[in-house]
Structures are given as C-alpha cells and as structure tokens.
Design a protein around this ligand. Structure first.
Ligand code: SF4
Length: 318
C-alpha cells in the first residue's frame, strides 16, 4: 500500500528512528519562520480543521504497523504545524490504544497550546517538543512572522499551562537565529521563561540546511556555548551538525534499518527508499553491499524484484 501521510522511519539524534505522520497539506502553518527548512508558508492560518482525515491516516498506520519496520517512536511533524489538524487527537488515541508500544511524539511550534482543546488533543502523546526562540514581541515577529492574531504572551501562557497539565515529557527547543536572539538580554529573558515553563529537557538548535531566507546563518559553536551558559538549565543539549546524523551516518543507520525491515518482510527498492528516506541510488548501493556479504538476496516475483534476508532469524522481531 502506498503511504501518503507517513514517511520514514528516518534516523535523527533527537528522536532516534522515527516514523513521521503528516496531517497537513504542504505548507500549512501558524508561523512563517525565517529559518524554516520547508520554505515559505503558503497557508498562514489559525484555522484548525481536519485537513487530512483521521480515517485516511489510520488505515495507513494499521497497514504499516502490521509488519513494522524498526523504529523508536512515531512523530507528528511534516508539512507545517501539526496542532492545526483536528485529526491529531483521534490518531494519537488510536496509537495509544492499539499500539502503545510505540512512544508518540509531537513536534510543535507551541503557538496553539493556549487553546485548551489543543492541550487535550495532544495529551495522549508521550513526548511533546515545542519551540521557543524569544520572549521579546518584536524579535518574535521578526523570526516567526506569525499569523497577525497570535500573541507571544498567550503562547508563553499556553506553554506554562501545558506543562502543568501534561503527564508526558516536554523537550523545549530553543532555536538560535543570530543576531536576532543571541544577545545577553534575549537569552536572559529566555532563561526566566524556561524556568517558568520547567520542561524536562532543553535542546539548543540552529540552522543546519538551506532555509526560507538566504540571510539566515547558523549560530557558531561559541554562540551556542554562551547561550547554554546563560540559559543555565539542566539537562540542556546542544544540537550541532556534529551531533545530527549526517548523510553517511544516516546511510549506516539505514543499513541496520534495512536488515530489521527485511527480517519482517521482503521489500522492493521503492519500499526501502520510503522507509529509510535515502535516495534510490544509496539504497541500491547498500543492498549491493548486503548481497555481496551474503546477507540479502534478490528474488523476482511477477514484475517486481524483492529483497529478502538469506537466513531469516527465528527470534521474534522487536
Ligand atoms: S513553525 Fe515550523 S513548519 Fe512552521 S514555519 Fe516555523 S519552522 Fe516552518
């Protein structure tokens, strides 16, 4: 079955092997961040609705999870702000009831957490990762170019309320966009907001790849280290290029993903491209290596070529 609303699992240091669930048409968001790696927001909205129906997503999950690839968690992210979707509560409920063994994570910009309904709908997640860049209204406007009806004050209030009510973990991402939010004054403001929000973990992040605006550049290691010391929070991680999976590392993780997946079912190259997130050529090269090692073999069935493990292990897949 081709999956229209699922992607990966892809390897990430932040979330391990993560299966992505995308509940929005590209690119629907409450913000139009200068650093957005998906490019400019085409639908800037606060309108919550079932853009993609839960009834269309759940059968895809059902199908994929009947023979699951190796993964650490299922993450709601993708083409915009996932809490704009009113399907998110239903899909989280389905996962919680039917597949509780997979922790569910929500990557959110946090802009709608002041709405009680949104807090309730994502309460079945295990991990929520909101973003906060500033407590200064002008800096907020310059970095996020938000929907005009959004107020930073309300967003901060929503984060505090959510922390009080949510039983799972909150990992707060602080995204640095120098020089907009890297001054001492900016970071001290963030420090007191973080103390109020009291997340389980803070992750300092910065630009890693081409984004919406060419003038945006990543924070240096010195800027990240200084921010870490001013934020003065435990635990706090610095996410740099060195700690993110670069392509070669992703490819080596992908070798494990391919083995784990073939342990469960034979796959075509197209299946494995979808599962690993790599290009077809990279998957073909990995498969060639595994065939040369004698681990994997190709079998033609009908019009398709399927790759299978030569000796399928007898233990139960994880
Ligand atoms: S909130 Fe996320 S998806 Fe929306 S514009 Fe900002 S970076 Fe992009």
């Amino acid at each position: 079955m081709p999956y229209r609303h699922l992607f990966g699992p892809v390897a990430s240091r932040r979330l391990g092997f993560s299966l992505g669930v995308d509940l929005l048409p590209f690119k629907t968001c409450t913000f139009n961040c200068v650093y957005c790696e998906c490019g400019p927001t085409t639908s800037l909205t606060l309108n919550r609705r079932e853009y993609i129906r839960a009834e269309d997503v759940i059968p895809e999950l059902e199908d994929l999870l009947a023979h699951p690839p190796y993964m650490d968690r299922i993450t709601f992210s993708g083409s915009g702000e996932p809490t704009l979707s009113t399907a998110i509560g239903k899909v989280l409920e389905y996962l919680d009831v039917q597949h509780p063994q997979y922790p569910a994570a929500v990557l959110t910009n946090g802009s709608l957490l002041w709405q009680q309904r949104v807090r309730e709908e994502i309460s079945r997640a295990d991990l929520v990762l909101p973003t906060l860049t500033t407590v200064n209204a002008e800096t907020f406007r310059r970095i996020h170019r938000p929907h005009p009806a959004l107020s930073l004050e309300k967003i901060l209030e929503g984060l505090v309320l959510f922390r009080r009510e949510f039983g799972g973990e909150i990992w707060l991402e602080v995204f640095l966009v120098p020089p907009l939010n890297t001054s001492r004054e900016e970071l001290e403001g963030l420090q007191s907001a973080i103390a109020r929000i009291s997340p389980d973990r803070v992750q300092l992040n910065t630009l890693d790849r081409p984004c919406a605006e060419a003038w945006v550049h990543p924070a240096s290691m010195d800027e990240m280290a200084e921010a870490k010391s001013i934020l003065d929070f435990e635990p706090i991680d610095i996410l740099t290029r060195a700690t993110r999976p670069h392509r070669a590392e992703r490819a080596s993780c992908a070798g494990d993903t391919i083995r784990e997946t073939l342990l469960r079912r034979p796959c075509t190259i197209e299946d494995l491209v979808r599962i690993t997130g790599l290009h077809e050529g990279e998957v073909a090269k990995l498969l060639d290596g595994l065939c040369d090692e004698g681990v994997v073999e190709a079998r033609s069935v009908g019009d398709g070529v399927f790759y299978c493990l030569r000796e399928r292990r007898t233990e139960k897949p994880r």
